[in-house]
Design a protein around this ligand. Structure first.
Ligand SMILES: Cc1cc2nc3c(=O)[nH]c(=O)nc-3n(C[C@H](O)[C@H](O)[C@H](O)COP(=O)(O)OP(=O)(O)OC[C@H]3O[C@@H](n4cnc5c(N)ncnc54)[C@H](O)[C@@H]3O)c2cc1C
Length: 468
């Protein structure tokens, strides 16, 4: 019988599979997607957030444990387990040599990459290259991989894993690691979680999914129904404002619209609804998906003028351009009169200052609601440009509760042979909010723990069988 069955084929699953194999276990990895789409959301990533006390190859200066912890505490507003969070943080300082030994290459942070040269180590070739390297290494080490194998249920007995089932196929193993991602691609589940708003709309119907279509949450739902302990709120997710023309799935990083802080954002009624210059964009980009989700029709338009061009990462789809603001309103099919009132009120409220996009500058509005507190320059220089944005879900936070052994728990009791890693348990560390690169830190830390624990549990089961 196989020692360790791994459910999923992204970063957390691969880290678990490699660790278990290195510990001498036989490993079978079941990936829902076909080979060409393997790697889940991990294939879209670019970096992981790493603690370090001194410069480390691609990482500059230092990013000590305490600062990392404070960053996490701030973004989660305390919705984090300090013990597990610190475990992830410390693991992020030591995992890179292991990653490199499995073929992952790092490169310095790129310009336009949210100013992360100190805190985040970038994968050469992005997440796709990372997962390909891990699959190659897994193949060399003898990990068996089955693609097109979505697991729809498990056989469990008294909190113990017995087998995984995919249609009529049954895969028995001594132990199992669940690493099948969140439920962001399950549109029905998103709909149920977000419900109907006061306007009678189902907001989730207008969400786009930034990553894989294969993270349907089937195993998460199965485990919840089976009585596993859970953590997190189903409406909490990392959500970014992305180009409304992005594909429903797998648009990835290039559909992000990064010019919000350089202009204004109006909704379908041509009204502004939030301070576009509240803080540096890297600290604010992840709130805009949720803000747009609250607007009528879940759509908004990021408006800039010629002065903004060259100051942000250009989006993949061209914007709608016009030589005048009324012409832009007409091109966007927005109420022209209302649009002009909003833009004229904004332009009139901008106070003179010294524009500096690298600092919280003194260019702000006065007497306007909502105000724009930094980088507020009048929108007055043609050509004018607009990008339509919709909420783009990166990943959901509802997951299974764990302790530092990554064991799945039933009424507080850890399972002896069922473990979980990655998005399926990220909510233990990330109850809400986000700080760039922490998703891969959690998946790498807990994937490695889960793989090692599963291999050890398989060895213990082997001994029991021999002794019996
Ligand atoms: C566009 C984008 C950019 C991102 N950039 C970053 C970044 O730069 N840094 C960062 O830290 N995080 C980033 N993230 C978040 C990051 O992708 C996740 O935190 C991380 O990949 C989670 O890893 P995982 O292994 O848990 O899930 P995934 O990589 O999503 O893997 C889940 C796997 O499970 C498989 N699966 C699902 N259901 C089943 C089933 N029933 N049976 C079998 N297999 C199943 C899927 O096919 C998939 O292979 C980004 C996400 C997106 C969408």
């Amino acid at each position: 019988m196989i020692d360790v069955l791994v459910a999923g084929g992204g970063n957390a699953a691969l880290c678990a599979a490699l660790m278990a194999r290195e510990a001498g276990a036989s490993v079978l990895l079941l990936e829902a997607s076909p080979r060409e789409w393997r790697g889940g959301n991990s294939q879209h990533t670019r970096n992981l957030r790493c603690m370090h006390d001194a410069p480390q190859d691609v990482l500059v200066d230092a990013y000590p444990e305490e600062e990392y912890w404070q960053d996490l505490l701030k973004v989660t507003g305390g919705a984090t387990d300090e013990k597990l969070a610190r475990l992830v943080i410390r693991a992020s300082s030591t995992c890179r040599p292991w990653m490199i030994s499995h073929g992952v290459h790092f490169q310095p942070s790129l310009s336009g990459a949210l100013h992360t040269a100190r805190t985040n180590a970038f994968f050469m070739g992005g997440g796709k290259a990372l997962v390909n390297a891990y699959y190659r290494s897994a193949g060399r080490l003898g990990v068996e991989v089955h693609y097109d194998t979505p697991i729809d249920r498990l056989e469990l007995r008294d909190g113990r894993f017995v087998a995984a089932l995919s249609g009529s196929r049954r895969f028995a193993a001594k132990t199992c690691v669940l690493a099948a991602g969140g439920f962001e691609s399950n549109r029905e589940w998103l709909r149920e979680a977000w419900g109907v708003n006061a306007r009678g709309e189902w907001p989730a119907d207008n969400f786009l999914i930034r990553g894989t279509r294969f993270n349907t949450g089937t195993l998460l739902r199965f485990m919840i129904d089976a009585g596993a302990d859970t953590i997190g709120d189903p409406t909490q997710a990392h959500m970014v404002a992305i180009d409304a023309r992005a594909p429903l799935y797998d648009g990835g990083i290039c559909t992000r619209i990064d010019c919000v802080s350089l202009g204004v954002v109006v909704n379908r009624d041509a009204e502004r609804f939030y301070d576009e210059g509240e803080d540096f964009w890297p600290k604010r980009y992840a709130i805009w998906g949720r803000l747009v989700a609250q607007q009528p029709g879940q759509i908004a338009y990021s408006i800039i003028d010629a002065k903004a061009v060259g100051r942000f990462m250009p989006p993949v789809f061209p914007g709608t351009t016009a030589q005048s603001l009324p012409e832009l309103a007409r091109a966007l099919a927005l109420d022209e009169r209302r649009f002009m009132q909003t833009l004229e009120a904004y332009n009139a409220a901008c106070r003179p200052g010294t524009f500096d996009h690298t600092a919280l500058d003194d260019c702000r509005t006065e007497g306007l609601t909502p105000s724009k507190t930094h980088w507020a320059l009048p929108i007055d220089t043609p050509p004018f440009c607009a990008y339509p944005v919709r909420p783009g879900v990166t990943f959901t936070y509802l997951g299974l509760k764990v302790d530092e052994t990554a064991a799945v728990r039933f009424s507080g009791k850890p399972s002896p042979n069922l473990f979980v890693a990655g998005e399926m348990m990220a909510g233990n560390v990330l109850g809400k909010g986000y700080t760039a690169g922490v998703g891969m830190s959690i998946g790498t830390a807990f994937g490695r723990i889960a793989g090692a624990q599963a291999a050890a549990a398989a060895r213990a089961i082997q001994r029991e069988t021999v002794d019996a």
